[in-house]
Design a protein around this ligand. Structure first.
Ligand SMILES: [Mg+2]
Length: 272
């Protein structure tokens, strides 16, 4: 398999004017492995004090896979439904979505705290926590006068802090956005819609880069160019098979394992 896998030719328009990046798993690896933190939180919520059955485990993993890219609070709303449906927790002991989110975020922050602090202190190399080539590619887009945005399902203050940690924040001239406390006020879907309205875009003037099926589906629905990033945890410039499969199902025009082959990417996006 070559570096770049073309699944569908995107519509050609006046050229890419705007580019939207998901953050975690697309640019940043700081939260790499968040799925392995969320899965046990979900299993413990559904079946407290007992090992999860294979059925519960499979249901949780499938849900996490499908929902990658949406806001954490929405994943936790679904968790509340799963807890209810399995009937192992008395109704008055079931937490609300924010309660489960607090547990998950607390554990995730324990895992990433040292990394974030070391990156801020400059004692850790930020390149080791970026998807390979992402900073260079983002710089190249800036050189081509493309307006850049980050939109994430992670809480906005955390995305902004971590975007600074991995060194991309100064290049993102269109803004860095994430989930808000009043979470109805932000979603990738409304963000893309507003972008189209504000700039009177035609579809292929926007390119969307993401590792989650959520942003890829939204990009396709809007007629934008959808680039799936299937970064492998091994960082070997080979696509992760599971991520690749879910991005193809979501309708990606193109799959890349990372951004390390700039000429190939530029050739695809600009035909040059
Ligand atoms: Mg992501």
């Amino acid at each position: 398999m070559s570096y770049l896998e073309i699944l569908d030719t995107p519509p050609r328009g006046a050229g890419i004017q705007h580019a939207l990046f998901d953050f975690d798993g697309t640019v940043s690896l700081i939260r790499e492995g968040w799925e392995r933190v969320m899965a046990p939180v979900m299993c413990e919520a559904i079946a407290p004090g007992e090992p999860p059955t294979p059925k519960i485990e499979a249901e949780v993993l499938e849900y996490i896979d499908e929902s990658t890219g949406i806001q954490t609070i929405l994943q936790m709303e679904h968790l509340v439904e799963m807890v209810r449906a399995h009937g192992k927790v008395p109704p008055d002991r079931i937490l609300d979505a924010q309660g489960y989110k607090d547990i998950y975020i607390g554990r995730l922050h324990e895992v990433i705290r040292d990394t974030v602090e070391a990156l801020e202190a400059g004692t850790e190399d930020s390149a080791a926590h970026r998807v390979p080539g992402s900073l260079e590619f983002i710089q190249r887009l800036r050189d081509r006068a493309v307006t850049l945005y980050v939109a994430s399902g992670t809480d906005q203050p955390d995305v902004r802090r971590e975007a600074a940690c991995v060194g991309i924040a100064p290049l993102i001239d269109g803004g860095i956005f994430g989930a808000l406390r009043t979470y109805q006020d932000f979603s990738k879907e409304s963000f893309i819609r507003e972008l189209f309205e504000r700039h009177q875009l035609s579809g292929p003037e926007l390119a969307v880069f993401g590792d989650g099926p959520v942003e890829i589906r939204l990009a396709r629905a809007a007629g934008a160019i959808a680039v799936g990033v299937a970064a492998s945890p091994a960082r070997d410039s080979k696509p992760d098979p599971a991520r690749r499969a879910r991005l193809i199902r979501a309708g990606a025009h193109l799959i890349v394992p990372d951004f390390s082959d700039l000429p190939a990417l530029e050739g695809f996006l600009w035909g040059s």
